[in-house]
Design a protein around this ligand. Structure first.
Ligand SMILES: *Cc1c(COP(=O)(O)O)cnc(C)c1O
Length: 225
């Protein structure tokens, strides 16, 4: 089996190749290492190999791990569903939040960060596929959420996050991202961050404009449940 440093190297190489292949600027796509259900030791290995941005879904689990890292150049991204009673801990422990989908959550995160006097980077999660089981604001509600989040002084709206339905073919994967790209280009051409693409579909995500691919098992191997 390949090691985490080897997989990291290979992933970075792939990302660079796809940037070239799809005429994306060099280094325009960042890797977010999704470390949910992965150990502190695995995260340390990735960190020591040069990976400094990590994504976590479950607050309690994440906090238990984050405390093991005091390095200044490590950043933590919250990519899970947010309950409103968890907003203080999220505001205190994370540098980015990808999963803003309710005004109440944005309001509370803003309040906590105001006390800390520290701006939080946020993305609005958009439900690209329109499936009811999926999180995120609808494409219809997206402009209103943009306006809402922009009104908060301590939130810096950097862009959007999406999780489309899963397809096997590259073509269908690209197509599944299109509604999101349209919404962004129409409403917010100035966003600098687009968090799309996982282990399964990051090639397609890079082809259509992703700036952050969120990769878990492709880097760390199978998750322990
Ligand atoms: C788990 C997860 C990922 C990573 O998925 P992999 O298949 O392990 O690459 C990306 N984004 C979100 C929101 C996730 O929950």
């Amino acid at each position: 089996m390949k090691s985490i440093p080897d997989r990291l190297k290979a992933l970075k190489k792939n990302i660079q190749e796809y940037e070239q292949c799809f005429n994306r600027p060099k280094n325009s796509v960042k890797l977010l290492a999704v470390s949910k259900k992965q150990s502190v030791d695995s995260i340390k290995l990735a960190y020591e190999s040069g990976q400094h941005a990590f994504g976590e879904n479950y607050l309690q689990e994440a906090i238990g791990k984050i405390h093991h890292f005091t390095e200044k150049d490590i950043s933590w991204h919250f990519i899970g569903k947010i309950q409103s009673n968890k907003t203080i801990a999220i505001a205190e422990n994370f540098d980015w939040v990808h999963t803003i989908e309710r005004e109440k959550i944005a309001f509370r995160l803003n309040e906590h960060r105001a006390k800390m006097k520290k701006v939080l980077n946020v993305l609005i999660q958009v439900n690209i596929s329109g499936e009811e089981s999926k999180s995120g604001v609808s494409l219809e509600a997206f402009p209103q959420m943009v306006a809402c989040v922009k009104g908060f002084r301590w939130l810096r709206l950097r862009g959007v996050m999406g999780m489309p339905a899963q397809y096997d073919s590259f073509k269908l994967q690209c197509k599944s991202f299109v509604p999101l790209m349209d919404a962004i280009n129409l409403h917010q051409p100035k966003f600098d961050s687009l968090s799309i693409g996982t282990s399964q579909d990051y090639k397609a995500a890079i082809a259509v404009g992703s700036t952050m691919v969120r990769i878990g098992e492709g880097l760390f191997g199978p998750r322990k449940n």
